[in-house]
Design a binder for this molecule. Sequence first.
Ligand SMILES: *Cc1c(COP(=O)(O)O)cnc(C)c1O
Length: 457
Amino acid sequence: MKTIIEPFRIKTVEPIRFTTRRERKKILETAGYNPFLIHAEDVIIDLLTDSGTSAMSSQQWAKIMEGDESYAGSKSYYSFENAVKKITGHKHIIPTHQGRAAEKILFSIVGSKGKFIPSNTHFDTTRANIEFMGCEAHDLLVEIGKHPEKRADFKGNMDVDQLVKFINEKGAGNIPLVMLTVTNNSGGGQPVSMQNIKEVSEVCKRFQIPFFLDACRFAENAYFIKLREKDYAAKSVLEIAKEMFSYTDGATMSAKKDALVNIGGFLSLNDDSLAMNCRNLLIITEGFPTYGGLAGRDLEAVARGLEEVVDEHYLQYRIRSIEYLGEKMTQAGIPIIEPTGGHAVYIDAKRFLPHVPAYQYPGQSIVCEIYLEGGIRAVEIGSVMFGKYDKEGVLISPPMELVRLAIPRRVYTQSHIDYVAEVLIEVYKNRANLKGYKITYEAPMLRHFTANFKPAE
Ligand SMILES: *Cc1c(COP(=O)(O)O)cnc(C)c1O
């Protein structure tokens, strides 16, 4: 097989500003050893997130010029609505400025105290919006999904037996909807199988509970189904995506992921009265139902992005670039979540730095060192992000200490990825010399965004 090439030519370039190790040492110190506080200009390769960081195509930029900025009934809304309907098949399409706005509207209406929302794994904004309404958010991930070193095709699946048990325990009337996140972002970007989507849907129908997808990475998930699931190899990604949505009653979506744009989202659903309530709330929070917090030009870019994202040359390059980075790392012995998922490589920091205890934040140590070594920005997903304290002020750690290298869509080439692998391998060789960190400042909520650190003695 020949090299899988980037399926695009580059027409506009954005120069990278290079820094020296000495400069980066100073920058890191000034940022309190927290990459969120580093200026983007001081980063050589930015793998902080794949959200809103995509490169748009020349066609999307052309569509931006065609944006109809009419307040009501703009032409751009109808292109957007058509593009979303073509994939989801849902009856009502409600634009929002990003994914969490769709979640906020949905859960403000269906959520209240004493209700429960199960998912394979809730993303953090989804969980926060559910809990903000006084509901409980529950993760019912299959057991294999909890073992970073074990390989399986669909580690993002929901445990269907547990779902049935959960519904019987809590009562169907107390569960306003069931969600599935595709791919499972918080669980390593692992895909969910069509079989699992079907089974969850059947359970929901049996108990008359609406079933929603958190569809941010629906195209990456559909491509994994094509590659790995029996009977789907000959189907197109668009057909597979349509089938995924056909089992559902609605979806929330961040267009900043698989719609290849820098801002946007939507809520799509079939129920008329729920849609009416959502639109009424949209009007007081986001805007009129035909723009919902977006400019007409943004709606055009989303519509075009949804067409481009199901292109199989694009998805082959996308999934392969993540796998390629993962392979280079595992060949060098670096422990990662296997197999690699759709949008990121996750380093297992516990196995990378066994000599740094969780209370000295091994993930943060790796994140700082890869910035120092190569100007690469990544994010800790472990005790810094999810750590809580008990009554005595002792840190309670989450089960995994991870570092996420999220790959922006269509932004970096193979040589950028080779460089990332080289830097990581260098840091891994030097791992015995890496030290832990201490927190010197933290906010009461979502502390990872603003915390300050210093190296532990
Ligand atoms: C990004 C994301 C969201 C939230 O979307 P925003 O556009 O960032 O508000 C929700 N769910 C998942 C799985 C995501 O990855």
